[in-house]
Design a protein around this ligand. Structure first.
Ligand code: CP3
Length: 339
């Protein structure tokens, strides 16, 4: 691996420049991705290791300092017994959402080699040719449970919260199963060769700190406990009031979305952790000079303290202009850190 800037920043070592990559950096905003999608479905791309490798490599032309494996957080649900599809314009649709305890009891706690072997195969192929570190990932128990229960995207997560609050025993049974699968899956990705992992708890910002500590933290901790071999990025959105609790659940790098000012977030997370973020994905739709000014602001807020990984506060949006993404990478790399 020629460029280990990202890994050094995760370990809070001094780097001359700040590493940058983007959540969802392989996707529809890139013309070469859209071209492949005319021939293959999203699940085709995920399940064919050669194609997954090809898509993972696409955004590297932008000069990012890390690659993220092309896959999806929902992939484990199918071998667990909850098949789904990505419906045009609607996002994920779970065919038979969980409605009762029987549905939870029927879920299988799988071994990653059974049912997710294609992901591990893609990692082994990627490790042969990558010039930058490879990030593996999984969905966190809460966010996966929300898809299983809601059956797809949700505005208020009412079904999820209803189960959580009215039948805590079933809730913990469900999150316990998901946590065990995700724990094994991340360890299998590390054994296959990923250099870092990210846990996506995208929708956990729906909860209060008390709810998080009672209903989620023990399960996320089970996933992340003793995962010291590689840097672990713990990410969520809308997490302003949850940062301390998420840090307590685990992760050597904590994600900060754009609603939390970076200096405030880092202070609360603690300087013994690295942080990742926190540009608003919408900034990439502004004129180039505005986007560059926002990049400068994030970098100034991070200061020259070691341990900041530049990223958006959430995934890159499908209509994002590629030229602005490129300009942001260049702007981040133009900034020199002082020791
Ligand atoms: O470079 C990368 O980061 C790509 C790999 C990746 C995908 N999904 C591929 C994908 C990653 C890291 C994910 C994570 C993911 N998937 C999350 C967590 C990140 C976040 O944004 O919060 C979530 C919540 C999902 C579930 C999911 N997958 C949704 C809600 C959708 C539909 C939304 C949409 O944009 O249409 C997907 C589909 C999906 N997964 C796409 C990609 C590139 C959309 C592109 C397509 O249809 O081809």
């Amino acid at each position: 691996m020629k460029n280990d800037l990202f890994l050094r920043a995760c370990r809070r070592e001094h780097t001359d420049t700040t590493p940058v990559w983007f959540m969802r950096q392989a996707g529809r905003y890139m013309p070469e991705y859209r071209a492949l999608r005319t021939k293959y479905t999203l699940l085709d791309l995920c399940k064919n290791p050669e194609l997954a490798v090809q898509v993972t490599l696409q955004p590297l032309r932008l000069g990012v300092d890390a690659a993220i494996l092309f896959a999806d957080i929902l992939l484990p649900l199918e071998p667990m017994g909850a098949p789904f599809e990505f419906a045009q314009g609607e996002g994920p649709v779970i065919h038979a959402p969980i409605v009762d305890r029987a549905g939870i009891d029927a879920l299988r706690v799988i071994e990653p080699e059974d049912g997710l072997g294609f992901v591990l195969a893609a990692i082994r192929l990627l490790k042969k040719e990558l010039p930058v570190p490879l990030i593996g990932f999984a969905g966190a128990p809460f966010t996966l449970a929300s898809y299983l229960i809601e059956g797809g995207k949700s505005a208020n997560f009412l079904k999820t919260k209803r189960l959580m609050l009215s039948d805590p025993e079933s809730w913990h049974a469900l999150l316990g199963k998901l946590a065990e699968v995700v724990r094994r899956y991340l360890r299998a990705q590390i054994a296959a060769g990923v250099d870092a992992v990210q846990l996506f708890d995208s929708w956990v910002g729906q909860l209060s700190p008390d709810q998080y500590r009672t209903y989620v933290l023990p399960h996320t901790r089970h996933v992340l406990q003793d995962l010291e071999q590689v840097p672990v990025i713990h990410f969520g959105t809308g997490t302003h009031s949850l940062l301390e609790a998420m840090r307590d659940a685990g992760g050597s790098v904590i994600g900060l979305d754009w609603r939390t000012p970076l200096p405030d977030g880092w202070k609360r997370v603690g300087y013994d952790r690295a942080v990742q973020g926190n540009l608003d994905p919408a900034v990439l739709f502004a004129p180039r000079d505005v986007a560059e000014r926002e990049v400068d602001r994030v970098l100034a807020q991070a200061g020259d303290r070691p341990g900041h990984i530049f990223n958006l506060g959430h995934g890159i949006l499908p209509e994002t202009p590629v030229e602005t993404v490129q300009a942001v990478v260049e702007r981040v790399h133009a900034h020199r850190k002082v020791r």
